[in-house]
Design a protein around this ligand. Structure first.
Ligand SMILES: *Cc1c(COP(=O)(O)O)cnc(C)c1O
Length: 421
C-alpha cells in the first residue's frame, strides 16, 4: 500500500492559501532518507552524496539536503548558479555535463567545482579554456551491454549511450591529464536508470573498481574518488519492492574490500549522485478533480496536466494515485485521469481502478518529488505550479510560487515592460 504523507484535511487547509495544483514535499521524509543513505556508506571515509540538481532544482530543497551533508551534481550553467546561491563551495559541486558549452566549463572552473569530463576531446577544450584544474574526473562508458549480477536482472546498452570515454580513451585520458598537471583524479559512470534491484550499484562498483586498478597499473594514476552516479530507482508501483539502501551499501563494501583494498586502494572515496532515490517518494502532485466525462470511457479531468508532470505522457510512466479521503473505499471504478492539454497522451493514469471520484475531490499523484516539477513546460500556455514544503511540525512553507501570466509574457517584453510588435 502506498500511503500519502498528507491527509485530505491537511490539503483542504493548505488549499485555502495555495490553490491546486501544487507539488508538496515532505521534509522529514527527505531528511530520514538522506540519513539512511549516509549510514549505508558510513564504512567509506570520504563518502558523499552529490544530489542531482536536475531532479528537483529548488534551492529550499537543496538547502535541506545540504544540511544533511550533501553536495550538488550540476549539469548546466543555471544549475551551477543555483548551487552557488545555496552556498555550495568548490568541491561541494560536481559538474557532470555533456556537449558542454564553453561558458558552462568556465563557470564550473570559476566556482572550483569538480569537473567531470564527458569526452576525451574535452581534455584539450578545457585546457585551452581554463587550464586543467588540480582535481579532475572522467566519465567512463564500458560499451557493450550492461547486466546486473543477481536477479532480477537490469539490462542496458552503454554502447548506445552518448556519454563518457571508451576504455582505451579513459586510460589515455588519465595519462594526459597527469602530464597536464592534474593531481587528484576521479572516475564516474552511469549505466542504468531507475533500477529496482539492490545489485545495480554493486555490479557497477565492481566494473569501476576493476578498471581503477587497471588505471593504476597502466598509468600510475591512483584515483581519489569513484562516483557511482545516479540510477538507484524507487518503487513507483505499490506491488514493487523498494531497494534497500543498507543492503546496497554493504554489497558495495564487499566489492571494495575484494578489489580495491588488496590493490592498495583502500582510501578511495565513494561518491553518489542520486536524484530520484533522494526525492521522488517525498514529493506529490496535488490536483483537484474539476470535470468528468462519460463517452466510450470514463474520464476525470484534473486542474493539473502533463505540464506539471510529464513522465506519464512521455514514458507511459506509472504514478500511483490516491483519492484523498477515500483511502478506504473500494477501487471499483475504472478511469482515465487526464489533464487538459490538447494532446491525447496527457493522462496521469489509463484504465486505473479507483474509488468513485466526485468533482472537487483532491487527487494525490505519488512519487513526483524527482523529475516531476523540474520537467515541466509551458505548452498550451499552461503555467508552472507552486511548490510547497511540509515541515516536521506540520506547517507548510511556500518554496516556489505558482507562475502567473506575467511570467509567461516576460520573455516578450524587450523594453520597458511592454510589447513592441
Ligand atoms: C540524471 C543524472 C543523475 C541522477 O539520476 P537519478 O536517476 O535521478 O538518480 C545523476 N548523475 C547524472 C550525470 C545524471 O545525468
Amino acid at each position: 500500500m502506498k500511503k500519502p504523507f498528507v491527509t485530505k484535511e491537511q490539503i483542504e487547509e493548505i488549499a485555502k492559501s495555495y490553490p491546486t495544483p501544487f507539488h508538496i514535499y515532505d521534509e522529514e521524509g527527505i531528511r530520514e532518507n538522506a540519513r539512511r543513505l549516509k549510514a549505508a556508506f558510513a564504512w567509506n571515509k570520504g563518502f558523499r552524496e552529490y544530489f542531482a540538481v536536475k531532479a528537483t532544482p529548488n534551492p529550499f530543497i537543496m538547502k535541506v539536503l545540504q544540511e544533511e551533508g550533501c553536495g550538488f551534481d550540476c549539469s548546466s550553467y543555471t544549475e551551477l548558479l543555483l548551487s552557488d546561491e545555496v552556498g555550495a563551495k568548490e568541491h561541494d559541486i560536481m559538474f557532470s555535463s555533456n556537449a558542454t558549452p564553453d561558458i558552462d566549463f568556465k563557470k564550473a572552473f570559476e566556482l572550483g567545482a569538480i569537473i567531470n569530463l564527458d569526452d576525451f576531446t574535452h581534455i584539450d577544450i578545457l585546457d585551452k579554456l581554463t587550464g586543467i584544474p588540480e582535481t579532475i574526473c572522467c566519465r567512463y562508458n564500458p560499451g557493450g551491454e550492461f547486466r546486473t549480477d543477481g536477479s532480477p536482472n537490469v539490462m542496458d546498452t552503454p554502447s548506445d549511450a552518448k556519454y563518457g570515454f571508451t576504455h582505451e580513451q579513459i586510460i589515455d585520458g588519465y595519462r594526459i591529464l597527469k602530464e597536464k598537471g592534474a593531481k587528484k583524479f576521479g572516475m564516474h559512470a552511469f549505466l542504468a536508470s531507475n533500477t529496482l534491484t539492490n545489485d545495480y550499484y554493486p555490479t557497477l562498483a565492481r566494473i569501476m573498481f576493476r578498471i581503477a586498478v587497471e588505471i593504476k597499473e597502466k598509468t600510475g594514476v591512483q584515483l581519489s574518488f569513484i562516483n557511482l552516479s545516479g540510477g538507484v530507482g524507487i518503487a513507483y508501483k505499490p506491488d514493487q519492492s523498494q531497494n534497500d539502501i543498507a543492503v546496497i551499501g554493504k554489497k558495495v563494501r564487499e566489492a571494495y574490500e575484494e578489489i580495491l583494498v588488496p590493490a592498495g586502494m583502500g582510501d578511495v572515496a565513494i561518491f553518489t549522485e542520486l536524484g530520484r532515490f533522494m526525492l521522488a517518494p517525498y514529493g506529490m502532485l496535488i490536483a483537484k478533480a474539476i470535470r468528468e466525462k462519460h463517452i466510450y470511457k470514463e474520464y476525470i479531468g484534473l486542474d493539473a496536466c502533463a505540464a506539471n508532470l510529464m513522465r506519464p505522457a512521455i514514458y507511459g510512466a506509472y504514478h500511483h494515485i490516491t483519492v484523498l479521503g477515500r483511502e478506504n473505499s473500494p477501487c471499483d471504478h475504472k478511469y482515465d485521469i487526464t489533464g487538459g492539454l490538447c494532446e491525447n497522451c496527457d493522462k496521469f493514469a489509463v484504465d486505473r481502478m479507483l474509488p468513485k471520484i466526485e468533482i472537487g475531490d483532491y487527487i494525490a499523484i505519488h512519487d513526483t518529488g524527482a523529475h516531476g516539477f523540474s520537467m515541466g513546460y509551458n505548452y498550451n500556455g499552461k503555467l508552472r505550479s507552486a511548490e510547497l514544503l511540509l515541515r516536521g511540525d506540520g506547517s507548510v512553507k511556500l518554496i516556489r510560487r505558482a507562475e502567473t501570466p506575467e511570467d509567461y509574457f516576460a520573455t516578450f517584453y524587450f523594453a520597458k515592460g511592454k510589447f513592441d510588435l
